[in-house]
Design a protein around this ligand. Structure first.
Ligand code: IPE
Ligand code: IPE
Ligand code: MG
Length: 246
């Protein structure tokens, strides 16, 4: 039985979020510069997007660029932005062919104008697709998102649209950039780092976390299946006792 066949499709995570890490180390191991790693990371993105779509996962969030990543050397940032724009432009026909809808979360105001335009165009061109929702986290950080959310709630209170009495965890979630998506059931981080790096802090309150030493450019469908199988072996209790949930 293959790994894929072992997956219980009735217990598939609806939403998988991935911290795609390790491109730089992968390239360095091979004696190349960091951009070479990012370039090969795109192949993993294609493979994993396809893998999720085939399985019937509904939402896939990929952490591609954090607000902190703006502080990297200028040539890496520029190279990454070019790669991003190029990839999105090239992938739109494949996204459409596979019924995948593209979405973006992040402080996109910080992106160069051509990147913003390409993203907006790709979002528009895939907006009628009804299969997998691919959410790219670009210039994203959770603290930025939370502060931005508070700002927008405060504005609605000032305008009288809502009252401070209305504030609840659910209302707050409804103002987040991820308001239209369920919380991820499974978060994967590659490259052997055991941290979250400012990713979806509010949304992962009850997510199952999966860490693998595999570097992102080596991550393929089989690795995804392993992560899903690991997730399916866990008991999710949400604060209750094992007896209550089993
Ligand atoms: C992840 O790989 C991609 C981005 C953060 C853009 P890294 O570039 O962080 O690779 P390492 O962690 O330095 O190996
Ligand atoms: C996290 O990776 C951000 C993305 C994968 C886009 P980093 O490489 O930036 O994280 P740290 O700096 O090691 O925590
Ligand atoms: Mg890294």
């Amino acid at each position: 039985m293959s790994l894929k066949e072992k997956i219980d499709t009735a217990k598939l995570p609806r939403h998988i979020a991935i911290i795609m890490d390790g491109n730089g180390r992968w390239a360095k191991d091979k004696g190349h510069d960091r951009l070479y790693g990012h370039f090969h990371g795109v192949e993993s993105v294609r493979n994993i997007v396809e893998g999720c779509a085939e399985l019937g996962v509904k939402y896939l969030t990929l952490y591609a660029f954090s607000t902190e990543n703006w502080d990297r050397p200028k040539d890496e940032v520029t190279g990454l932005m070019e790669l991003l724009v190029q990839t999105i432009r090239d992938e739109v026909p494949t996204l459409n062919k596979n019924n995948i809808r593209l979405q973006v979360i992040g402080d996109t105001q910080q992106l160069p104008e051509n990147a913003r335009n390409e993203l907006a165009e790709a979002i528009k061109e895939t907006s009628n697709n009804t299969g997998l929702v691919l959410i790219m986290a670009i210039s994203y950080s959770s603290r930025w998102e939370i502060a931005d959310t508070v700002k927008r709630i405060a504005k609605d209170i000032e305008s009288g649209a809502i009252s401070s009495k209305d504030i609840s965890a659910d209302l707050f979630a409804g103002y987040l950039r991820t308001a239209d998506y369920p919380d991820p059931e499974l978060v994967i981080r590659t490259s052997g780092e055991y941290r979250i790096s400012n990713f979806l802090l509010y949304q992962i309150a009850y997510s199952e976390l999966y860490f693998t030493p595999t570097l992102w450019p080596d991550f393929r469908k089989e690795d995804l299946y392993k992560a899903i199988l690991d997730y399916q072996s866990r008991e999710r209790r949400f604060g209750k006792t094992s007896e209550q949930v089993s």
